[in-house]
Write a protein that binds this ligand. Structure first.
Ligand code: SAH
Ligand code: SF4
Ligand code: F3S
Length: 454
């Protein structure tokens, strides 16, 4: 592996303050954290609010039209409130493709710098260039893995840390903009991921959350130049001394191979939760979506995972009202949801994304019908998640203590292996520890419990 050392001298001596705002999925959260570390290393001071910041970094999500609008609405509102003025440097990054980058600069006079998921490491240079030249800067194209080598070592992350293991996505599901904003899929070398994991452990992290658009199609090189699969990476991360729990998001049903299921069986460190987006329960719609599986393949996959971990929690993503989805197609989605018994899941109405193949499809279903379907699905998903939460009442859960509860400082906030938030009374000394808690009360999104003394 070639490691490019971060050249601080190129960007040092930047003065002033910055604020970052992040929208979108965990991959953007990871990028946001690394950008904050980078700007701090380049001499800027991070602020907790945008008020008075010299540089505002916005990390945007483009997955649905509403998500994309959020960043521009935020800018308008800040301008309106006088939080930003003509001297504030606005850098917009995240899931921005090349075409969109040009449009943003043309249409949004507030934005001075546009960068993409692959060019986050160039931000200090872009800021400096904008300051000296005074003209908008665009940098969205770069090698997929360049940023991982170029970014400085990471700061402290609490007890759980995200580690991005691959960039981009090559699946090109017909509705999805991600392959156009994050580019073709490329996996990081095994060694660089393990080095990052070790760095986190040295900072007190106990849980590693591996990230990618399809973690199960990870194909990274090991130190001998051999390609290794996701299951090998799981064993390698589990072998790092100090790692107490491993999560991974997102797994695609398409390549959830038996070796990954074996790793789940072999490694108790792997959390008792998998997030595997199904999108639809109709084979016809799945085909139009260019998801290369059928609803029964999904059922079969979950059955295989449950055969090795009978009580594993399964969550999913759904798109409702995809072009040409009929009542019958939707009924298949409802049936699948009933069959699987999903834990806390995400569901959204299909959003037309410019440049994707589905955007060209006729879409005769009225929005009202789509909204009604979403309402029905969400009611079913909520009921299913509530039943699962209730089944945890009275059980003893091993939880990782993340901090004190925001609502009550005498209480600690922890995360169970199932991904449920658990609050219980306890001393802050327990933060960072894995402890056993008996669940005594089940609330909408949180479980309450009592510490079980060994
Ligand atoms: N790579 C992951 C999903 C990443 S995007 C996977 O394939 O499983 C996160 C979720 O956003 C998707 O699972 C999908 O449910 C939703 N999504 C993506 N494009 C969308 C669109 N055009 N309209 C509505 N929801 C969309
Ligand atoms: Fe989008 Fe499909 Fe890639 Fe997921 S697998 S990011 S839905 S193209
Ligand atoms: Fe959004 Fe990009 Fe994630 S488009 S969902 S932030 S990969």
């Amino acid at each position: 592996m070639t490691t490019t050392t971060f050249d601080l001298s190129a960007v040092k001596l930047q003065h002033g303050t910055f604020y970052t705002a992040v929208w979108g999925c965990q991959m953007n959260v990871y990028d946001g954290e690394r950008i904050s570390d980078l700007l701090c290393a380049s001499g800027l001071q991070q602020l907790a609010t945008p008020q008075g910041a010299d540089v505002i970094v916005l990390i945007t999500c483009a997955v649905r039209a509403k998500a994309e609008d959020k960043v521009f609405n935020q800018l308008l509102s800040w301008r309106h409130q006088g939080i930003i003025n003509d001297h504030t440097i606005i850098a917009l990054g995240g899931c921005v493709g090349a075409e969109l980058a040009q449009k943003i600069i043309e249409l949004s006079p507030d934005v001075n710098i546009v960068f993409g998921p692959r060019t986050a490491h160039r931000l200090p240079q872009l800021i400096r260039k904008f300051k000296t030249e005074g003209v908008p800067q665009i940098a969205v194209e770069a090698d997929a893995l360049e940023k991982f080598d170029a970014l400085p070592e990471q700061g402290a992350r609490g007890v759980s840390a995200f580690v991005t293991i691959m960039e981009g996505c090559s699946n090109k599901c017909s509705y999805c903009i991600v392959p156009y904003t994050r580019g073709e899929e490329e996996s990081r070398p095994l060694e660089s991921i393990i080095a990052e994991v070790q760095g986190h452990i040295a900072h007190g992290v106990k849980e590693i959350h591996l990230l990618g658009q399809n973690v199960n199609s990870y194909r990274g090189l090991d130190e001998n130049g051999h390609t290794v699969h996701f299951s090998t990476l799981l064993y390698a991360v589990a072998a790092v001394e100090g790692v107490e729990r491993i999560r991974f998001t997102t797994s695609n049903p398409m390549e959830f191979t038996d070796d990954i299921i074996e790793a789940i069986a072999d490694l108790p460190l792997i959390a008792n939760h998998v997030h595997i987006p199904v999108q639809s329960g109709s084979d016809r719609i799945l085909q139009l979506m260019r998801r290369h599986y059928r609803a029964d393949d999904y059922r079969h996959l979950i059955a295989k995972i449950r055969a090795v971990r009978p009580n594993i929690h399964v969550s999913s993503d759904f798109i409702v009202g995809f072009p040409r989805e009929t009542d019958e197609d939707f009924a298949h989605t409802m049936q699948l949801a009933r069959d699987i018994g999903f834990d806390q899941s995400f569901s959204f109405i299909y959003s037309k994304r410019p440049g994707t193949p589905a955007a060209l499809m006729d879409d005769p279903t009225p929005l009202e019908v789509k909204k009604e379907r979403l309402y029905q699905l969400q009611a079913l998903l909520e009921e299913s998640a509530a039943t699962i939460a209730k089944s945890l009442d009275g059980t003893v859960q091993e939880v990782l203590v993340e901090g004190t509860s925001r609502k009550n400082s005498a209480e600690l906030k922890a995360r169970a292996s199932s991904n449920h938030i658990v609050v219980f009374e306890g001393s802050p000394e327990l933060i960072g520890q894995m402890v056993r808690v008996k669940i005594t009360q089940v609330m909408a999104h949180t479980l309450k419990g009592e510490l079980v003394h060994a």
